[in-house]
Each structure stands twice: as C-alpha cells, then as structure tokens.
Ligand binder design. Sequence first.
Ligand code: CA
Length: 233
Amino acid sequence: MLEIQTLVHTMRILLIEDNRRLAQSLTRGLRGEGFDLDAFGNAEEGVNAFSALHYDAVVLDLGLPDRDGLDVLGDLRKARNEVPVLILTARDSVESRVMGLDAGADDYLVKPFAMTELAARMRALLRRPGQPLATLLKVGNTELNSAGRQVTIDNKSTHFSLREIKALEILMRREGQVVPKTTLEDNLNGLNKTATQNSIEVLIFRLRRRLGLYGSNCSIHTLHGIGYLIKEN
Ligand code: CA
C-alpha cells in the first residue's frame, strides 16, 4: 500500500515570494522536508511557471512587486484551477485573512512563522481528498509507483534516488519511444537551469547501474545526440 508520508514528500510546490531571503530559507526548508520546489520572485514569472509545469500546491505571498497575490489567486480560481494554495501574509488583520479565504485560498500563514509550521500545513493541504491516484508503470520485471516514487524489481523493493526515480518514470511513461535529453532536463530541473546535459548522462549512467544491480530485465538505450529509450531486453 502507498504510504501517505511518501506521497506527500515528493510533491512539487511553486513558491511565489519576492522577499529573497525568505524565499531562500523557504526553499531550503521545504526541500529539507522532502518537497520539490521552484521559487519565483514575482507574480508574472510564477504564473508562467504554473501554466508550463505541473505543481501540486502553491505557496503564495500576497504583497508581490507586480501584482497582488489575491489577484493571482482569484485568476486561478476563476479558471477553475483547484490546486491547493497557501497564502503567506504580513497583513495580520482579520479582514485580509477572510479575503484570502474568500478568494479561494486553502490556508494561510501570517509572517513570521516557523518552517516546521509551514511544512506541517503543506502536508495537511496535500493530504486532502481528491489527490490523483498513483499510476503503476511496468516495463518487464520493473515496476514504478509514480505517486509513492517506489521502484520494485522482480517484486522486491529497491533504493533509488529521487532524481533517478523521476528519470526512470519519464522513460517508462514512454516505453519503447525516444525521450529527448532536453525533456529529461526540463522535467528534472524544473525551471532551475542548473544541470547540464552532462549531468543527465551521469544520472542515466547511475540509473543503468542500479537497474542492473537489482536484476532489472529492461535497459536504457542511448541514441547519440537525441536522447534515451527504455525497453525490456
Ligand atoms: Ca512580499
């Protein structure tokens, strides 16, 4: 059975917060709690990221340089987007809290707050009913549970790093088809363009080694200059 803790811990969060120092500490803190996170300092960049990538929850500051966070939230809800949103606000008045909840926020925290508090609230939000069910991917004797981020080979549990599991998931979703290197980069690095093509090669190298170690009967093939493909041997 899928453990909820595992499910919650690999969720991807979009943070929109213009206070650089706070954004950095939230990024460190939430990553330390096992969340995957992309951070942006203004509404425009945040909204662009949101429309381009999948996020499981949004942490939204209300006082942003280009737009009011409440407007951003209002737009999301008008578009019938039900992503859980937690607002961060320095506006410690009853009205602003009520306005936030009226605008469709799921929760809010008033600054300053403890990191542990935010992490606990995020877990609670992500535990709400209506979470998409796990997808079980299977190639040969290798199974990957996309929500639990678990890999089983020959019905035995394994230990893969989160990045390795993500790369494997992307490949397994397109079994027998070429996955361009750039697709792997985009998905693995979010919008933080830190990793190079070289690091994808290193990742695939490790992934292959680990699949071999656990006795997987599928292989990752390299198509030079194009990408990778996974299939059963
Ligand atoms: Ca702010």
